[in-house]
Design a binder for this molecule. Structure first.
Ligand code: SF4
Ligand code: SF4
Length: 445
């Protein structure tokens, strides 16, 4: 079967980010296929371990995509500090006879090295235009876990598991393979904390992840990390602030020093994002919609809010606020230019990961989270119908039906962007709601 259809049938989505359906990236030809192995979020340890444990699978998944889109080169972007993994990858590329096609390029240990547009620039020196996608400059980007899932899809195996790092102020840090749909509570229980009353959980990385209101909820294909910190930790306090509070403080205290803009990774790529101007529009109630529109160029990396601002304000949150307002009014940023050049100061303004980690109070927890085998014995799994960008999947099973692990249970609606979902366990469909297919774990006879 055609690779794109295999990927589509297997329900592969971007494992590291917003969950864009991968098959939809394979509709055009491109010059490069890039593997995003930067894993720049502090404390997360998934991609670096997958590349070490499954190099052949990841290399094969990546090169299959490259050949399909007729890319002339496949490049693996990984931080230079992962020397052992780099050596393994280079050895396996040679052993697989792919040295003329797949190359490993070493990235600096800066944040956000894994931002898609930063990665494209670092690996190809091309700049994705404002409000555009890598394809515009001849690149398709996939993440390491996505490449692994593509390899499995080529053998007809759908996505039923994801890899998650459990990290933070906890006794046992680890990375685990988890069936999709397992309760989050069952995953974080592995960390050795008995009483969660004093803890808060960040879903995702410490920079871009958000604080969960509770530990209810279920693992999805794009779950990547749970970072547990005490409730009084700086990050939890800062991330828990409501947008209304952030707005009041930001309005009162912004001195227009423009540090948020000067260190913004998208600004440094030559884009017109200038968060200090968005702060100005907020402070002075400026109705200048044009100035607010630049908020749409923000990738929400959080550098401005957690690192740059000397008085601890919330430019990212204000960007998000303006983005919402503009979306409500149907206003879309229209780029004035199509060619961009990185700003000359960029080289001196990259943020070393170690400094960032120290600034956000995580140095004490910046430790290995080794891959650990854990058997999850949850009674039920909740498979979300929408784990991806696009339309929710449409159930193709009924209550009471027996299903087996890997069986299709939700299909892409006709003529829509979406992703199929599959059962991650053997069992019986217990309930179907607007959001989930609930499966009671059992046997399949
Ligand atoms: S860094 Fe802080 S104080 Fe300076 S302009 Fe940006 S938001 Fe205002
Ligand atoms: S979050 Fe801040 S630093 Fe990051 S892209 Fe947006 S404005 Fe720039």
């Amino acid at each position: 079967m055609d690779l794109r259809n295999l990927i589509k049938d297997a329900g592969v989505i971007g494992a590291g980010g917003a969950g864009f359906p991968t098959h939809a990236k394979l509709t055009s030809k491109a010059e490069y296929v890039l593997l995003n192995g930067a894993e720049c979020e502090p404390l997360l340890r998934v991609d670096q371990q997958l590349m070490e444990l499954f190099p052949d699978e990841i290399i094969r998944g990546l090169s299959a995509v490259g050949k399909y889109i007729e890319a002339r080169k496949a490049i693996i972007g990984i931080k230079g500090k992962h020397k052992k993994v780099i050596a393994i990858l280079r050895k396996r590329i040679a052993a697989l006879g792919l040295s003329n096609y797949v190359e490993v390029m070493e990235l600096r240990d800066v944040y956000p090295a894994g931002d898609e547009q930063v990665l494209v620039y670092e690996l190809t020196k091309r700049i994705v235009p404002e409000a555009s996608i890598p394809l515009k400059v001849g690149c398709v980007v996939i993440n390491s876990e996505t490449a692994l899932n593509i390899f499995h899809a080529m053998a007809g195996n759908p996505v039923t598991n994801t890899y998650i790092t459990i990290a933070g102020d906890i006794p046992r840090r680890m990375t685990v393979k988890v069936p999709v749909g397992v309760p989050v509570r069952d995953v974080i229980r592995q960390c050795g904390v008995e009483n969660f009353d004093n803890y808060a959980v960040i879903d995702g990385g410490p920079m871009m992840g958000s604080v969960r209101n509770n530990v209810d909820g279920y693992v999805t294909k794009k779950s990547k990390g749970y970072v547990l910190l005490k409730k009084d930790h700086f990050l939890i306090r800062k991330k828990s602030m409501s947008i209304a509070q952030a707005r009041v403080i930001s309005r009162a205290a912004c001195g227009q020093c423009r540090m948020c803009t000067d260190l913004c990774p998208r600004y440094l790529l030559g884009h017109n994002i200038q968060p200090h101007k968005v702060m100005r529009a907020l402070s002075y109630n400026l109705g200048d919609v044009k100035e607010q529109q630049i908020a749409q160029l923000c990738c929400e990396c959080n550098i401005c809010e957690l690192f740059s601002c000397p008085v601890n304000l919330h430019p990212r949150s204000v960007n998000v606020l303006f983005k919402q307002k503009l979306a409500e009014q149907g206003i879309k940023y229209q780029p004035a230019e199509i060619e961009f050049k990185a700003r000359s100061a960029r080289e001196y303004r990259l943020i070393p990961s170690k400094r960032l980690i120290a600034k956000i109070g995580l140095s004490a927890f910046d430790k290995p989270a080794p891959m650990t085998e854990v058997e999850f014995r949850s009674e039920t799994v909740h498979i979300a119908l929408q784990q991806h960008i696009g339309a929710p999947a449409v159930p193709v099973v009924t209550v009471g039906e027996q299903v087996k692990a890997g069986q299709l249970i939700g299909k892409i609606p006709d003529n829509s962007l979406g992703a199929a979902v599959h059962s991650s366990v053997n069992g019986t469909v217990k309930e179907i709601t607007d959001n989930f297919i609930v499966i009671k774990v059992g046997s399949y006879e």
